[in-house]
Design a protein around this ligand. Sequence first.
Ligand SMILES: NC(=O)c1ccc[n+]([C@@H]2O[C@H](COP(=O)([O-])OP(=O)(O)OC[C@H]3O[C@@H](n4cnc5c(N)ncnc54)[C@H](OP(=O)(O)O)[C@@H]3O)[C@@H](O)[C@H]2O)c1
Length: 347
Amino acid sequence: MAAIFGNFLMDNMEAVTLTASGARGYRAALCAELAKPLLVRDVPSPPLQPHQVRVGVHYCGLNFADILACQGLYQEKHTLPFTPAGRHDSSPDTHPTVVFWQGCRVIGVTGTTAMAEECVIDQKMLWRIPEGVSDEDAAALPVTYGTATLVLDRRARVQPGETVLVTAGAGATGLAVIDLAVNIFKAKVIAAAGSDAKCELALKSGASHSVNYGRSSLRDEVKRLTDGRGADVAVEAVGGDIFKAALQSLAWEGRIVVMGFAGGKIPSIPANLLLLKNVSAMGVYWSRYQKENFPVFSSAISSALQYHQEGKIHPNIGAVFKLEEANEAFNHVLQRKSTGKVIISMK
Ligand SMILES: NC(=O)c1ccc[n+]([C@@H]2O[C@H](COP(=O)([O-])OP(=O)(O)OC[C@H]3O[C@@H](n4cnc5c(N)ncnc54)[C@H](OP(=O)(O)O)[C@@H]3O)[C@@H](O)[C@H]2O)c1
């Protein structure tokens, strides 16, 4: 099962190099030891299995889950060393590349991060990038907008006019939640984030209000902003005390969606808070849909691509790092310096 994800763009294998042993290979960021810096190395190309294609990667998205996995803190574990594009093996190619995809621009979702110049992937996990969608934007879409779609649509069933509270609101997934909630679901958004600059970005991205939870009480501010009513939906990505405050900020029959624990503390839910206001608490685990309900998983990606082509959504790319700068990219997110999506360029 996929534990971390990558979004990549295919070309005609421009990236192929030879490894020291003369085998066909490419550069990849490797996690050789948990909680240690990634190593960028030449690795041999793995053989293709039936239904697989080999793609040249232009960009891959960096996800919070990638960082957790490399620290050994993610819910799914990998055997070391693992790399961005999966396990590498030194066998020669044995299966012909599937010609159908050659020359296409695609995004894909891999079992790992695809933080490499090349990736081998099942054809089923590729989506064509429509005309008018840039490579960079396409790389930023699947995990963030895929997750945001499932949160707002399938899990919380957000209705037009409802108020959505989102924490880590200026982050990659937070901004996707704002974009979709405002422009597709026609909801109002209160964005909560850790600095005034992040709050400003969330407002520019469509949120009606913002709360800097670094210096104000989230619960009090949401109450004030909603005339005491509370938010209909809370999309919670930080955990710890922020989760509890978000739960307490809900309106009658509100829904809270547990999306992640970026702050590092998995909160407990006091059941009395659910009872008092007839509140529902639910989780979202985007990649699990890949296995449990692939049509839902796939349509969340396809709809994001379509919305973007139609000009309805606007992904925010906060920073682009080179493959050699993968550790700087990780630190940028870990130190809460990032806004929007961080992507890695293989160029
Ligand atoms: N369940 C799923 O399927 C799914 C899918 C995608 C993402 N997620 C989760 O959603 C969350 C956001 O992911 P993302 O990739 O979009 O990352 P991100 O929001 O771009 O970056 C993480 C943000 O979390 C906040 N944060 C709070 N405490 C933090 C800490 N101690 N260390 C680092 N960050 C902290 C920071 O924003 P502030 O400074 O504004 O607090 C930071 O910018 C993560 O918890 C991730 O695991 C879950």
